[in-house]
Design a protein around this ligand. Structure first.
Ligand code: BV8
Length: 284
């Protein structure tokens, strides 16, 4: 299976890679739906919707502040570096790689990826919370941890006893307006420009690679279908089979950090980047 995939990769002019939480799992970031997935202990509808934020902003902020704390202590893994190394290699050969990610940890950027489409925003961003908990304007990055004293040392929210953090102890901007995480929640539209960029890339690629995603969240889960429908070859690298597996000419089961460097033929560069990161150099 590897040789035919590598032949398709060698022939591809434009490769699209779609990643999900499974690509950050080996960095120590909890996934959503796999074993020990985040959503198993927490109900996403309680934590990742505008309605949830209106109902209990303290619970939602506790959840996101904990995830920021976890991510701040983690680093990109071999899967992130393999995708960044492949992008560099294709560019040097006059070819293209577009990365579409559902992840919000920005580890792909940290690992050196450049053509990145962030479908669901960034956990490091905040924005003013408008009516109904929706975004009331542009987001901006704020990596302070915690974002405000009221969120200090709260750890993971207990799914059974919602906190009662007074609203004035939650993050506010300098004009006293309540802030919310700058991510895309369920039942929220994705940024139209982001969606357009993802659609254009998916419609024009000749190889579509999906890695570390359960392929259940839309519109992200629809891109493999669009790519297959326009004639692209589809490859999946995931710990387990998903709803997208049936679409694939190539399906590899295992850990992305172990599979991708070998499949992309970038093992030596990935080990070098990992060593640099461990030594506190670039890309770490
Ligand atoms: C929208 C917030 C219009 C940020 C997230 C069409 C059909 C059905 C439903 C819908 C549809 N269109 C819209 C919907 C509704 C909804 C949706 O898709 N619901 C699903 C659950 C049925 N979609 C939306 O609401 C989207 N908005 O469409 O706007 C609209 C407007 C109003 C009303 C309706 C529609 C918005 C979607 C974005 C939601 N925000 N997160 C955050 O907190 O992170 S989604 C959340 O799930 C994360 O962002 C996450 O990235 C995403 C997807 O999960 P995965 O990344 O796949 O992670 P998961 O844990 O599920 O899977 C990991 C996989 O990796 C597993 O398979 C595991 O086996 C594997 N793995 C584990 N370790 C490894 C590994 N693989 C390799 N190596 C390893 N080491």
């Amino acid at each position: 299976m590897l040789a035919p995939f590598q032949a398709a990769l060698a022939a591809a002019k434009h490769v699209v890679v779609l990643t999900g939480a499974g690509v950050s799992a080996e960095s120590g970031i909890p996934t959503f739906r796999g074993a020990q997935g985040l959503w198993r202990s927490f109900d996403p509808m309680e934590l990742a919707t505008p309605q949830a934020f209106v109902r209990n902003p303290g619970l939602v902020w506790e959840f996101y502040s904990w995830r920021r704390e976890v991510a701040a202590a983690c680093r990109p893994n071999r899967a992130h570096y393999a995708i960044a190394a492949l992008e560099r290699q294709l560019r040097q050969q006059g070819r293209r790689l577009t990365l579409i990610t559902q992840n919000v940890d920005r580890f792909h950027h940290q690992a050196g990826s450049q053509a990145v489409i962030e479908l669901h925003g960034s956990i490091w961003d905040v924005c003013v919370a408008g009516r109904g908990g929706r975004k009331a304007g542009p987001c901006w990055e704020d990596r302070r941890q915690p974002l405000c004293p009221g969120l200090a040392g709260r750890g993971a929210p207990d799914a059974h006893s919602a906190p009662d953090i007074p609203e004035q102890d939650l993050p506010h901007d300098e004009h006293g307006r309540l802030l919310r995480p700058g991510v895309v929640w369920f039942n929220e539209q994705l940024d139209p420009a982001v969606l357009e960029a993802a659609d254009v890339a998916t419609a024009s690629c000749d190889l579509f690679i999906t890695a570390g995603t359960s392929a259940v969240v839309y519109p992200a889960a629809g891109f493999a279908h669009i790519a297959a429908a326009q004639g692209a070859a589809v490859a999946e690298f995931n710990l387990e089979a998903t709803d997208a597996t049936g679409l694939c000419q190539f399906a590899f089961q295992g850990k992305a950090g172990e599979l991708l460097p070998a499949a992309f033929g970038v093992e030596a560069e990935v080990e070098q980047l990992m060593a640099q990161a461990a030594a506190g150099g670039q890309g770490g």
